[in-house]
Design a protein around this ligand. Structure first.
Ligand SMILES: [Zn+2]
Length: 452
């Protein structure tokens, strides 16, 4: 769980040193009359807000006080194209206007080339655009965030950009293209039944869309009774409690030979890279975008796809799933949790998810592979919540926090006599365990049992 204070700058490092540490070639900085000695003060570079090493990395200076935290993510929403327009009103601020436009170009370059963004976090007295007479902002402290960021949203029409800490770079393959179709998919209103552990729309966005759906093979969304007949590439808008709360691009549909025990008749598959959650959008806003919209119902309404770019433009607080880090090194960068999750989850004995995890793993222990065959021909295994549910751990009931184990190993985990390593756990497709939970186990459960 990221703590904003972790990236609060404590020292005043030089921009050149940080930019260099981020992987940008700074050899040209000494190329002025100040020479090598004063390279760090080269006015051509040292006041810039953005630095691009083509095909490699983008470095941006961002203000600490503008950082936002939501759904356990640190991000900033910025619009430097708009900022550059605002500088037009201030005489003598051409340089700032240029820097703002350069910043906007850096966002686009990061998006188009899928480049990681390194952030120089700055703190100090800041000048507001609306206070033209005050002095320029003065950075008193700055640091280079160790964790890479990425552009997770960029609107080419407006310049609105979201940068998210720890997200993977995503190439902008769908620049305001018009999808073949846009459909509304009504979801069950009974959140607790469909999404165990979720009490609010925000829980569903975080636990289901940003975590569980993307961790399932093919981004499978299970449906009851009827699915959605639509061509691949169709944008599905998920309707929940009188709002649109998420969107994703459909890749196909699959009807099960027979319904599952839980009453699911099939699944709709989604491109997990396309999953987005955002500030819930009400019927009024949808009607402004699509005047023919009938209001929310149980119908899977079709909307005119040519208005979809307008919909995208209206999105706020856009989030996308956290993609599993590609290397062990990146996992190490995730700081140990210093506090437990604030939300309160209802504790369920063997939730639906726990049953699904056991099924996904064929009832085999993910530590030793053992399974217990019952006299009736069935199999027995147990589900363990790695970060335990309930006080004081308050772990979530999500698929990434559950493993399937034999009773012996279950006891060893409960009593904290066994550490967990992601790489040695037996793995089944469609079930990804999140490193933050095994880290929690190793750092909190294991240690507290040592003290007992
Ligand atoms: Zn076992």
């Amino acid at each position: 769980m990221p703590e904003l204070s972790e990236i609060r700058p404590k020292d005043r490092h030089r921009v050149m040193d940080l930019v260099k540490a981020a992987g940008v070639d700074v050899s040209d900085w000494s190329n002025f009359r100040g020479g090598e000695k004063k390279a760090a003060c080269n006015p051509k570079y040292c006041y810039e807000w953005s630095f691009v090493e083509p095909q490699n990395v983008v470095v941006l200076s961002l203000w600490y006080e503008s950082m936002q935290v939501q759904n356990d993510e640190i991000f900033q929403s910025l619009n430097y194209r708009q900022t550059s327009d605002e500088f037009d009103e201030i005489p003598g601020r051409n340089v700032w206007k240029k820097r703002a436009l350069k910043m906007d170009q850096a966002f686009q370059e990061a998006m188009n080339d899928g480049l990681p963004v390194r952030v120089i976090v700055c703190e100090g007295p800041r000048r507001g655009v609306d206070q033209p007479k005050t002095e320029a902002s003065r950075v008193q402290k700055r640091l280079l965030d160790v964790m890479p960021w990425a552009v997770t949203y960029y609107d080419h029409e407006t310049g609105l950009c979201t940068l998210t800490r720890g997200a993977s770079p995503i190439r902008d393959s769908d620049k305001n293209e018009i999808p073949p179709a846009v459909r509304i998919l009504p979801m069950a209103n009974d959140l607790d039944k469909e999404f165990p552990g979720c009490a609010s729309i925000e829980d569903v966005q975080q636990n289901y869309f940003l975590f569980e759906l993307q961790s399932r093979e093919n981004g499978s969304y299970y449906y009851r009774k009827r699915g959605l007949q639509a061509e691949p590439g169709t944008i599905v808008l998920f309707q929940c409690q009188g709002c649109i709360i998420a969107s994703a691009s459909l890749t196909g549909m699959q009807r099960f030979e027979k319904p599952t025990d839980d009453g699911y008749f099939g699944c709709i598959n989604f491109n997990v890279m396309s999953i987005r959650t955002f500030k819930p959008m009400t019927a009024e806003v949808i009607r402004e975008i699509w005047p023919s919209f009938n209001g929310f119902s149980m119908a899977k309404q079709e909307l005119d796809p040519s208005n979809y770019p307008e919909f995208k433009k209206r999105l706020e607080r856009v989030m996308q799933p956290e993609v599993p880090p590609p290397t062990q090194e990146a996992i190490d960068l995730v700081a140990p949790p210093e506090r437990v999750h604030e939300q309160v989850y209802r504790i369920l004995r063997d939730s639906e998810l726990a049953r699904r995890v056991k099924k996904l793993n064929d009832y085999k222990c993910q530590i030793c592979g053992h399974t217990i065959e019952m006299p009736n021909g069935g199999f027995y295994a147990e589900a363990h919540h790695i970060q335990p549910l309930g006080q004081p751990h308050n772990g979530p009931d999500v698929i990434g926090n559950i493993i399937c184990v034999c009773p012996n190993h279950h006891a060893e985990l409960d009593y904290g006599v066994l550490s967990l390593s992601l790489s040695s756990l037996r793995h089944s497709t469609g079930h990804n365990i999140a490193a933050k939970y095994t880290d929690y186990h190793n750092q909190i459960i294991l240690k507290s049992s040592c003290r007992r």
